[in-house]
Write a protein that binds this ligand. Structure first.
Ligand code: RUG
Length: 831
C-alpha cells in the first residue's frame, strides 16, 4: 500500500497549480473566458481539473488490473442500476484535496458549494438497489479490490418528480444535457450484440450438435468509463456503462431511394435500447425493451471480460479464476445463458465444461421476497428475441430436472416449482430459478430476508443446494453518507477518536465513552440543530412552509409503496390532529413530519398516498388550533435531497409490514447520522436494534411470523375498525372528505383497500404504532436521554458499513484480495 499517497497529494496539488488548471480548463475545454462563463462552465472546468488529478491513479489501476496474474481475481458487478450520486465532492474527499480545492476555487472568486450544486445527479437507478451497487463500488475501491462495475448508460435516468396540486408528475431526467465531464468514451472497445432471427443446427466433425445463431439485428455496445475512487488509496476502479448504437447510423441506400426516415431507422431502433430506465414496480413481463436492455448489458459485459481475459493470455477454463461475476438481482441473470452460448457457440467448449465454468463464475444476490417482483419473461417473447438462448434454457432445464428426478424422486409439484419454466398458465421463464441454478452462491441481504428466502421464496433450491446459500447484510459507505453529507458530525467525531473510523466503522464504538459526557452531548445536539436549521431554511425556501427546527424531525424517506406504509405514518399524524381538534389545549410534542419518495408512474395507490400526504399537510399546516405544533411536508424529487435529509433527522420511520422489506439501507444511513429508529421487526431493522440495543430503538408491531399466522387465521380488518374507536374515527375522518375539500370520493380507493383487504396490515399494527409514537414523544422531552441514545446509535452502527459487507463477499464468495496500486512510474501532466 502506498502510504505516502496523502503526502504526494499535498505536494502535487498545490493551490497555485489548481487555480491554473481551473483557468486552463475553462479556456481550453469549455471554450469560454471568465467574463462570459456560466456557473456550469466553471463547474465543468473544476470537474476536469479534479479528473486530471484522478487520471494517474485511474490509469495505473486499469493497467495493473488488466495485467494481473491468473491468481488475482477481478470482481465484476453486473447491475441494471448504479446510483453513484454526484462525483465532484466525493472525489475531493477521497483524494484528500477538499480544502485545497476549496481555497483555489475561492481564490478564483468562486464558491465550491455553488459549483458542486451544478452537478446533475446521474439518475441511473430507482432506489436502494442501485444505491447499494454504488456503495459497494466505493468500498471495493477503498479496500483496493480490483473491480469493474458493468451497467447501462441510460440517456434518461429515473424521472424527476414534481408535485402539482398534490399529485406526482413525472418529468424526463436529462442528466446528460449539459455534458458529463466524468466519463470517457471508448469506441475502440465497442462490441456487437445480436437480437432476434433464428438458429441453425449442425453436427460437427466429432459428431457433436452445434448451433449457429442467425440474428435479425446487430447492435453496437459502446463503453463509457467513469472513475470510482477509493478513500485515500491509489485504487480508482472503473464503472463501465454501455450505450447502444446502430453499426451503421445512416442507410445511404434508403436515403438515395428517397426514404429519409428509413435512412435513420436503424439508428433510432438501436439507440432506443439504452434510452430510458424502467421505473420500479412497473408491470414489465411484456416489455420487450426491458429484456433487450438486460441482454444488451449481459452480452456487452461478458464479451468485454472474455476479450480482456484472452488478451492477457488466459484461456477460458480459467475464466472463473480471473472474474467473480456478481448478479445484482435477476435483472442481469440472462448473462448465465449468454456465457453458455459464448463458450459453446463461439469458443467451441463442450456443454459440461461450459456449465462448470458458468456456475463457477456467477453468484447471485436476491433483493426481493414479493412474489410479484420475481422476474419472469414470457417464453414467446424470449424465444423471439433470443432464440438460441431459449434453446439453451430448455437444455439447462432438461438436464436439471432429470437430475432432480433421479436423486429426489418424482414429486410433481416440487419439480414444477423448480423448473425454469413456469407452466401454470401462459409459459414464462423464471429468472430467479435460472440465477439459482447458474450460480455457485446465492445470498440474501439481511438475516431475516435470507431466512425467509431459504424457508419460502427459494426454499426448494435451498433444499437441493443448502451450501450455496448465505447471508450478506447490506451496508452503506460512511464516506458519502457521513463524511460528505455531515461534515459537522464528522469533525466532532474525529476530534474525539481520530479518523481511522472512516475506513473502520467499528471504531465508532469508542464514542460510547462520550455518551455520558455532558459537554460532548451538548455539542452533538448543536451539530444536529444546525443541520435542522439548514433543512428548515430549505423547506421554507422550496415549499414556503415554516417549520420549527427545535421540533422533533420525524422523517420517512423511501419509495412510496403500500408495503412501506407511508399511510400508517399518516394515520398517526391524523390521530394527533384529531386529538388537538377534540381538545386544542392538549399537550402535544411539537413534530415536523417530513416525507420524500417517488411512486412508480403506473402505481395508482402509491400516487394516491402522495396526494393524501399533501392533502393532510394542507389542512394541518393551516389550522390555527394546531399552530406550529405539527407541520407536514413532502419534499419532491428526493434523490438530491437525501444528502440533507439523513443528517437532519431525529426519528427514522422504518415501518414496513414485517417480512416484506428485504433489508433497507436508508435505515442504516439514518442510524449512522444519529437518528433513532421507529421500526417494525423487519429487514435490517432487526439487526440495527440488535446492534444499538433495544433500549435505544423503538420497536412496534407484529413479527413476520405473526403476520403470517394472522393471515392464515383469516385476517379481518373490520374487526380492528370496529374494535378500536380511535382508528374508526380517523378512517372516517379521512373518508369523509375532510382533507379533500369535502370530496368523500377522493381517498375512497385507499380506504376501501384498507377496510376490505388491508394486505399490509396497517390496522393490526395501528395501536402498537401509536403507543410507540407516544412513548417517543415522552423520551424526546428528556433531551439528555435522547442525545445519549442518538450518540449510541451512531457509535454502534459499525456493522452497517459497506466495507464490512464487501469484506464478507470477498472472503466468502468472490475469493478476491486487495492489490496495491503503485504510482511509481506516474508522470504528472504539466499544468
Ligand atoms: O426494496 C429493497 C430494499 O429493501 C433493499 O435494501 C435494496 C438493496 O438490497 O433493494 C431494494 N430493492 C429490491 N430494489 N429493487 C428490488 C427488487 O428488484
Amino acid at each position: 500500500k502506498d502510504t505516502s499517497s496523502d503526502n504526494d497529494n499535498q505536494q502535487q496539488v498545490s493551490i497555485e497549480n489548481l487555480r491554473h488548471s481551473l483557468a486552463d480548463n475553462l479556456f481550453y475545454i469549455t471554450g469560454k473566458y471568465t467574463e462570459i462563463a456560466t456557473l456550469n462552465d466553471f463547474y465543468l472546468a473544476l470537474a476536469y481539473t479534479v479528473r486530471d488529478r484522478l487520471l494517474p491513479r485511474w490509469l495505473n489501476t486499469v493497467r495493473t488490473v488488466t495485467q494481473l496474474s491468473d491468481n488475482t481475481k477481478v470482481v465484476s458487478c453486473l447491475s441494471s442500476e448504479f446510483m453513484v450520486g454526484p462525483h465532484l465532492v466525493n472525489h475531493l474527499i477521497n483524494l484528500g484535496i477538499y480544502d485545497q480545492v476549496r481555497q483555489a476555487v475561492e481564490e478564483s472568486g468562486l464558491d465550491l458549494q455553488k459549483l458542486a450544486e451544478q452537478e446533475p445527479e446521474p439518475g441511473l437507478g430507482n432506489g436502494s438497489l442501485g444505491r447499494l451497487a454504488a456503495c459497494y463500488m466505493d468500498s471495493l475501491s477503498t479496500l483496493e479490490i480490483p473491480a469493474i462495475g458493468y451497467g447501462i448508460r441510460y440517456e434518461f435516468g429515473t424521472f424527476k418528480q414534481q408535485i402539482r396540486d398534490g399529485w406526482q408528475v413525472e418529468i424526463t431526467d436529462k442528466w446528460l444535457q449539459k455534458g458529463n465531464p466524468w466519463e470517457i468514451v471508448r469506441p475502440e472497445s465497442a462490441v456487437e450484440v445480436k437480437f432476434g432471427g433464428y438458429t441453425e443446427g449442425y453436427t460437427d466433425e466429432e459428431g457433436n450438435y452445434q448451433a449457429t445463431w442467425v440474428p435479425h439485428q446487430v447492435v453496437k455496445g459502446i463503453p463509457y468509463d467513469t472513475p470510482i475512487s477509493g478513500y485515500k488509496v491509489n485504487t480508482v476502479n472503473t464503472l463501465r456503462l454501455w450505450k447502444a448504437e446502430a453499426p451503421e447510423s445512416f442507410n445511404f441506400q434508403a436515403f438515395n431511394l428517397g426514404d429519409y426516415y428509413g435512412a435513420v431507422d436503424q439508428k433510432v431502433v438501436s439507440e432506443n435500447i439504452t434510452k430510458v430506465l424502467y421505473p420500479n414496480d412497473e408491470h414489465i413481463p411484456g416489455r420487450q425493451l426491458r429484456l433487450e436492455q438486460q441482454f444488451f448489458l449481459a452480452s456487452c459485459a461478458l464479451q468485454d471480460m472474455i476479450r480482456w481475459h484472452l488478451k492477457s493470455g488466459g484461456n477460458l477454463e480459467t475464466f472463473p479464476d480471473k472474474f467473480a461475476v456478481q448478479l445484482n438481482d435477476t435483472h442481469p441473470a440472462i448473462a448465465i445463458v449468454e456465457l453458455m452460448r459464448l463458450l459453446m457457440d463461439e469458443h467451441h467448449i463442450q456443454w459440461h465444461d461450459a456449465w462448470e465454468i458458468t456456475q463457477k463464475t456467477f453468484s447471485y444476490t436476491n433483493h426481493t421476497l414479493l412474489p410479484e417482483a420475481l422476474e419472469k419473461w414470457p417464453v414467446n417473447l424470449l424465444g423471439r428475441l433470443l432464440p438460441r438462448h431459449l434453446e439453451i434454457i430448455y437444455e439447462i432445464n432438461r438436464r436439471f430436472l432429470e437430475e432432480v428426478r433421479n436423486s429426489n424422486g418424482r414429486d410433481g409439484h416440487k419439480i414444477a416449482r423448480l423448473s425454469l419454466i413456469d407452466e401454470t398458465g401462459e409459459r414464462y421463464i423464471r429468472m430467479a430459478n435460472l440465477a439459482c441454478l447458474g450460480s455457485h452462491s446465492i445470498n440474501g441481504v439481511a438475516e431475516l430476508h435470507t431466512e425467509l428466502l431459504t424457508k419460502d421464496t427459494l426454499g426448494d433450491f435451498y433444499e437441493l443446494f443448502p451450501h450455496k446459500f448465505s447471508n450478506k447484510t447490506n451496508g452503506v459507505t460512511p464516506r458519502r453518507w457521513l463524511v460528505q453529507n455531515n461534515p459537522g458530525m464528522t469533525k466532532l467525531i474525529s476530534e474525539k477518536i481520530g479518523e481511522h473510523w472512516i475506513t473502520h466503522l467499528d471504531d465508532l464504538r469508542q464514542l460510547e465513552g462520550f455518551a455520558d459526557d455532558g459537554d460532548f452531548r451538548y455539542r452533538w445536539g448543536q451539530v444536529k440543530l444546525d443541520l435542522k436549521r439548514s433543512l428548515a431554511g430549505h423547506i421554507q425556501q422550496r415549499l414556503g412552509v415554516t417549520v420549527n427546527p427545535e421540533s422533533l424531525f420525524d422523517v420517512q424517506v423511501k419509495p412510496i409503496h403500500e408495503y412501506k406504509r407511508q399511510h400508517l405514518n399518516i394515520l398517526h399524524i391524523v390521530t394527533l390532529y384529531h386529538r388537538i381538534k377534540q381538545d386544542p389545549t392538549v399537550n402535544i410534542t411539537p413534530r415536523t413530519f417530513i416525507f420524500a419518495g417517488k411512486a412508480a408512474p403506473g402505481y395508482f395507490m402509491a400516487k394516491l398516498m402522495i396526494k393524501l400526504i399533501h392533502s393532510v399537510a394542507e389542512v394541518i399546516n393551516h389550522d390555527p388550533d394546531v399552530g406550529d405544533r405539527l407541520k407536514v411536508v413532502f419534499l419532491p424529487d428526493y434523490n438530491v435531497l437525501c444528502q440533507i435529509l439523513y443528517p437532519a433527522a431525529d426519528l427514522s420511520e422504518q415501518i414496513s409490514t414485517a417480512g416484506k422489506e428485504v433489508s433497507g439501507t436508508g435505515n442504516m444511513k439514518f442510524c449512522l447520522n444519529g437518528a433513532l429508529t421507529i421500526g417494525t421487526w423487519d429487514a435490517a431493522n432487526i439487526e440495527i436494534c440488535q446492534e444499538v440495543g433495544q433500549e435505544n430503538f423503538f420497536r412496534f408491531g407484529l413479527t413476520a411470523d405473526e403476520v403470517y399466522q394472522r393471515k392464515a387465521e383469516g385476517y379481518n380488518p373490520w374487526d380492528y375498525y370496529y374494535g378500536n374507536s380511535q382508528l374508526k374515527e380517523i378512517i372516517d375522518l379521512i373518508g369523509s372528505g375532510h382533507f379533500a375539500d369535502e370530496d368523500s370520493t377522493l381517498f375512497q380507493p385507499l380506504i376501501d383497500s384498507l377496510l376490505h383487504q388491508d394486505q399490509y396490515m396497517l390496522f393490526a399494527d395501528y395501536q402498537s404504532y401509536l403507543d410507540c409514537q407516544d412513548s417517543i414523544s415522552r423520551v424526546w422531552c428528556d433531551r439528555d436521554r435522547w442525545l445519549k441514545m442518538s450518540i449510541l446509535n451512531t457509535a454502534r452502527c459499525g456493522k452497517f458499513s459497506s466495507d464490512r459487507a464487501i469484506r464478507e463477499y470477498c472472503d466468502q464468495i468472490w475469493h478476491s484480495s486487495p492489490v496495491s496500486i503503485q504510482l511509481a512510474d506516474y508522470v504528472q501532466p504539466q499544468t
